[in-house]
Design a binder for this molecule. Sequence first.
Ligand SMILES: [Zn+2]
Length: 606
Amino acid sequence: MAMQAESGNAGGPAAGVRWDLSHLYGSPDDPRIDADLDDAQQRAEAFAERYRGRVASLDAAELAEALDAYEALQEAPSRAGAYASLLFAADTATPRNGALMQHVQERVTRLQTVLLFFELEWVGLEAEQAEALLKDPALARRRHLLESMRRYRPHLLSEPEERILAETANTGRNAWSRLFDEILAGMRFSVQRDGETRELSEEEVLSLLYEPDREVRREGARALTEGLKRNSRVLAFLFNTLVQDKSVDDRLRSYPVPMRSRNLANEIPDESVESLLSACVDRYPLVARYYRLKAKLLGLPSLADFDRYAPLPQAAGTRSFDEARRIVLDAYGDFDPRMADVARRFFDERWIDAELRPGKRGGAFCASTVPSVHPYVLLNYTGNLRDVMTVAHELGHGVHQHLAAGRGLFEQNTPLTTAETASVFGEMLVFRRLMGEESDPGTRLSLLCGKLEDAFATVFRQVAMTRFEQALHAARREEGELPVDRMSALWMDANRPMFGDSVHLSEDYAWWWLYIPHFVHSPFYCYAYSFGELLVLALVRRYDEEGAAFVPRYLELLEAGGSDAPAALLSRIGLDVADPRFWDGGLALLEEMVGEAEALAEQAGG
Ligand SMILES: [Zn+2]
C-alpha cells in the first residue's frame, strides 16, 4: 500500500533506507566543493592557455594527450554537479539544496565556457585532416568519441554565440525545467476517502491507480485531474515556452525536424526511429486485445482509463524492501554471480535511497555520477510488485554504469537508445525468476499480465507519447502559442488509436500529459524506452538460444559503455538494428506472451 499516512509507517516499507552521499562530499558546506571547482577552473584556464587556437596544429599523440587532460579536469566539476543534483533530488524543499545546485551549475558553466574552444576547434577541422588523425593508432581509443563530436558539425554556432547560449540557458531552459520539478514536488492532490480529505503527493495519488478498489482508483483519477487542472495555466505556459525554446534552438542550429537533435544524440538515423515507431503502431491492435482480456479478468464490461493499472484479483500482495532485495539479487545471481556482486554493493554500501519522504523527487532514477565514485539509485518504494520491478530496473542501470566506469567520464554512459538495455534486461530476469517460483496458474497469470503491462507501457505507451510530442512540436511551430485544450486534444489523438475501443478515455485523461517530466526535461526521450525494450526482447531470445555462452558477451556489451556507436556494439553480438524487420522479433514475442496470458486465463478460470 502506498499511503504511508494510513499504515502509520512514515517512510513506507523502505523506511530508513537512505543513501550516503558522503562518498561524493561531506555536506553542502564542505569546503572541498569550492576548492575542487577552483582547482578545475585554474586547470581549465591553463589548458586554454596551452591549446587555444592550436588544436589544428596538434599531431595525433598531442591530441590524445590534450584529450586526457580535458577529460581529467572535468572529473571534479562533474562530481560537484552530481552531488548537488542528488542532494536536491533527495530534498527539493530545502532552499539551501536548490541554491547549491544553482551555484554549482553556474560555476560549471563558467568552466565550460573556457573549454568550449577545444571541441569547436576539433569539429572545425577539415574532414581530410580529421580523418588522417583518426587513422593514427595513437588515437585509437578516442576514435569514437572524436568522431561522434564531429557529428554536430553542421549544427554548431560560432564560439561567442555558443557562449551566450550556454550562459543564458541557466536562466532559460534549465530554470524552466527546475520550476517544473518544484511545482510537481510541491503539488498536493485532495483525495476524499472514508469521509476524510487527505492531501497526497503526485507519487501517492498516482499509486491509487494501482489499487484493487475501483472507487479508490476513480477517486485517485479525479483528484489527479483536479490537481493538474488547477496548475494547468502555469504548466501549459511552461510547456509552450520550452517547446518554443526548442524550436528557436533548432532553427538557429539548422535542425530540419524537431526529432533530429535527439536522434543524432542517440546515434540513430531518423529512418530507423520511424521504422521502430511504425512497426509499433502497426501492432496497436495487440494493446486492445490485451485490455479486452484484462476487462474480462477484472469482471468489467469494459475498462475506464483509471482501470488500466488495476491489479488482477490474484495479484500477490506487498513485498518488503528486504524481499525485493533478495528477489533481485537471486535473479541477477542466476544469470551471473558478477552481476549480483555489483548489485549487492548498492544495498550494502548505501548507494540507494528508497524511503518515501516529503519533498523528495518522485519516480526513480540511477545517476552514474563520476567513474571514480559509483552510481546512486533513487527510488520511492511503496512495496507493490511494480516497485520490485523498479528496483530491478534501476539496479540494471547501476550495474551497467558501474561495469562501464573503466571507460572514463566521456564514454561511461551510452546514448539513450541503449541506456535502457541493462535495466530492462534486469527486469526480465526478475520476472522470469518470479514466474519460476510460482506454480499456481492464477498467480502466474497475474505475473505475466504485470510483465505485459510493463512491456506495453515501455513499448506502446512510449510510442504514443512520442507521436504526441511530434504533434505538439509541429502544432506549436505552425499555430504559435497553444491553448491548453489544443494540447489536450493532441494528447487524446495520439492515445486513442492505441487503445481502440478497449479502454474508455474520459475527459480527465485529456489532462494527463501535464505531469510527464520527459516532455519537459528531455524532448523525444520516450522512444528510447521502446527501442530498449524491443532490443532486450531480442537479447533474451538470444540468451534462450545460447545459454551460458551468451553471458560473457552480454557483460562485454555492458562494459563497453558508450565507447562505440550502439549499432556497432550490437553487431558484435550479432544484432542488426538497421534492418526494419528487426523490430518484429520483439513484437512477435509480446504477441506470444498475450496468447499465453489468454491460455492461462482459460486454465485459471476453468
Ligand atoms: Zn531506465
